[in-house]
Design a protein around this ligand. Sequence first.
Ligand SMILES: [Zn+2]
Length: 109
Amino acid sequence: MNLEKVNCNLCGSDREEIIFKGRESKIVRCIDCRLVYRNPRLCARMNLITTLIISIRIFSRLIRLRKFFFRKQLKFLAGKIDDEHSAPKLLDVGCSDGFFLPIGRGRWF
Ligand SMILES: [Zn+2]
């Protein structure tokens, strides 16, 4: 793990007291301004990569949940519409990220 020692983000001081000591890092308090932070911490590049990986995982999970919800909505709508209309049209108003219509493709258009 790429850790880097940092000064206080608030005042720039390197004077700190340890509040909690973990295996690889510590939680410290700045002696000059009392800010509590992790030191050392992941280097900026590793922090960015970690944030991107977590964001991609969360976004992927969100997409799966939306598709599941949309399929349930389409199944409900199919039961209401197919009996009355031979060729119904599907309009998605405010389509957000656009997953709803592709899920309906093949069923109605
Ligand atoms: Zn400080």
